[in-house]
Design a protein around this ligand. Sequence first.
Ligand code: PLP
Length: 384
Amino acid sequence: MTNKPDAPQHPATIAARALGWEDRETGAITPPIHLSTTYTRDEAYQSRHGRTYLRDHGPTQYHAEQLLCELESGEDAISFASGLAACTAPFHGLNKGDHVVVSAVIYYGVLTWLVVFAEARGLEYSLFEPGNLDDLSNKLIDGKTKLVWLETPANPTWVVTDIAAVCEIAHARGVLVAVDSTVATPVLTRPIELGADFVCHSATKYLNGHSDVLGGMLVTAHADSDLWHRIRQHRLYAGAMLGSFEAYLLIRGIRTLFLRVGAQCENAMVIAGYLHRHPKVEHVHYPGLPGDPGHAIATRQMTGGYGGMLSILVPGGRAGAIAVVNNASVFKKATSLGGVESLIEHRKTSESGVTDTPENLIRISVGIEAVQDLVADLEQMLDR
Ligand code: PLP
């Protein structure tokens, strides 16, 4: 039983209460894990609440989906076994001959999927320069382009794209817009409120926040569209459902999302300022810095902070960057992002070769540790 009061609640309240669930029979307030893979039918041989088999529908998954749907102001949401499964689901829902326009700066995994599989599936794609709305407009092909895909702030340089402006251009040409909002989270940006048709998350990152769940979420602004129906079918028949235990952990993680992201933004701002002043740092990519090209849009579009992700360029190319990262002590030398612990990595090593990420780029995911310990660790890494 979820308990939705009439008065609208702040998203932080919705998240902390996990939709206000309580068990009618016992009064329990912590949502349970339903591990059952199958569900009995009623006397009329109908499924109960649409549930027959876990690959299609599960109560724990449904709870996590509805929670995120509410936080993203969507009409419906579905969970996936990973962020990439969620991000690529809209492409699976499109038809042979359809065309998508994709930001040239996005998480390398989505780009790799397009490079490896799009042509074989009859899906055509073009890349647009993020921030260049004329380029976006020029890449749209009337009657053929069905979707614009963007990420903001985008891996690994945290380029910020004006979601409302992209939606205005795309919608005027009858094209849908999907936004990978993994890094912004619904704490900082709610793309559907800015006009987007889909919002995608790697739930592995900030939504869960503890580096112990692999999962994805896709939210739609149009639950009754054909494309959404096909995406649901794709999840069912490709078997890309989120696991029940993961769904349980995800709900638990989302309850502290606002606190975590707030602390991560504050720490990231301090660290960005410190790195910006450091003589051994050539450049800092962080939209919170006034000199960053995305600063003005981010200030308008992101509410309450500029995110917990930043990247730096250091002297000495690949070897120079790896030498810095190798000295990490408080930071963990690992890929991924959005967990409570800070991570640092030589980004190019993690990517698959389809991107032009510079060899001297170090990606930093800022956690919730005391910021002086993070700054001290960066100091000894850079000064050795
Ligand atoms: N989108 C973004 C922005 C990401 O950073 C990632 C992973 O790092 C993904 C999607 C893919 O998520 P997952 O690793 O959960 O498949």
